[in-house]
Design a protein around this ligand. Structure first.
Ligand SMILES: Cc1ncc(COP(=O)(O)O)c(C=O)c1O
Length: 321
């Protein structure tokens, strides 16, 4: 069990769930102390038992800038149309299992054919399907780190072995661009080179935050009938991102990274855990990402509405002074 394993699971641990010693034991292949009491219950696969479920803490504070959510709700018109649709839909019938109309419109938007578009209930389901089909037992995943922890979790559930370090030779490679949590967008020519280095392998480029990027992207705005409204929200976030970036860059000792996403990643002179706690005491939630590879004492703040961003900057100023 290396430091790397401990760092890998630490961000996902609620202190009330598992202690360090238990995690170390589980990573080393020993069973959780409670497992012995539960032998009369169905047991999960042994390779899954040591894994800690993906969870993100949900603190109850007024200013929530910890989960990369949009600062504004979807347009009123969209909500009204959805509500009307719910009243007329044939709920007792199976829907179109191939999502034909949706895939055709998405294909149109991205200059593809419908056969080249797959839809699923969010990224977790999409990744699970990809790892089941192309990963699984005996196959490997390479992740360009640091990156969102979801890839490792879903790969593990599918039985895919995650390799640390150089992804060369992996059956599946994941690039998160713009990256969560650093905000860095991988240039298109680098992605092309990665594909060339992995002929016949699956290269997944997760562009969950592409709307906020200045880089050309394969993805686009997905709210189809509401592209203008979505573009207005994106413009607000991009403007506020610059304002928050400039303010962070002016704080003594703070190092902030350029971002192509709806969040900023920054390092503080104080330990990140203490900074996060100090902000929580002042009603502001942001994410401590120091448990990820290469990001000691880094935090991630989601760009919110202007008032929330001001509250964050004021609270951070107090915590660091
Ligand atoms: C890079 C990245 N991809 C995917 C997801 C999950 O997105 P979805 O809303 O599709 O489940 C997240 C959520 O944090 C993310 O950061």
């Amino acid at each position: 069990v290396g430091d790397r394993d401990r760092r890998r699971v630490r961000p996902y641990l609620g202190k009330d769930v598992l202690g360090d010693a238990e995690v170390t034991g589980m990573l080393a292949g020993r069973e959780h102390p409670e497992a012995a009491l539960r032998r009369d219950r169905p047991q999960p696969r042994i390779d899954l038992a040591a894994h800690v479920p993906y969870r993100s803490p949900r603190p109850h504070v007024p200013v929530r800038l910890d989960t990369n959510e949009s600062p504004s709700p979807p347009p009123d018109r969209l909500r009204a149309e959805l509500a009307a649709l719910a009243g007329t839909h044939d709920w007792h019938r199976y829907g179109d299992l191939d999502a034909t109309a949706l895939r055709a419109r998405l294909a149109d938007l991205h200059g593809r054919t419908p056969a080249g578009v797959w839809v699923a209930a969010g990224t977790f389901e999409l990744l699970a399907q990809l790892f089941q089909a192309v990963g699984g037992a005996g196959r490997t995943l390479g992740v360009l780190e640091p990156a969102w922890g979801g890839y490792r979790q879903v790969a593990a559930a599918a039985g895919t072995t995650v390799i640390d370090g150089d992804p060369a030779g992996a059956d599946v490679v994941v690039v998160c661009s713009p990256n969560n949590p650093t905000g860095h967008a991988t240039p298109a020519d680098m992605v092309a080179r990665l594909c060339e280095r992995h002929p016949g392998r699956l290269v997944i480029v997760d562009e969950a935050y592409a709307e906020f990027s200045s880089q050309p992207s394969a993805a686009g705005l997905l709210a189809l009938d509401y592209l203008e409204e979505v573009a207005a929200t994106v413009a607000l976030v991009v403007r506020e991102r610059q304002r928050v970036y400039d303010a962070l860059a002016r704080l003594p000792g703070v190092r902030v990274r350029p971002s192509d996403a709806n969040f900023l990643c920054f390092a503080t002179p104080e330990p990140s855990g203490e900074v996060r706690r100090g902000l929580l005491e002042r009603g502001v939630a942001i994410r401590d990402v120091s448990g990820l590879a290469h990001l000691p004492d880094h935090l991630r703040v989601t760009i919110g509405v202007p008032a929330d961003n001001r509250a964050f900057l004021a609270a951070l100023g107090e915590v660091l002074s």
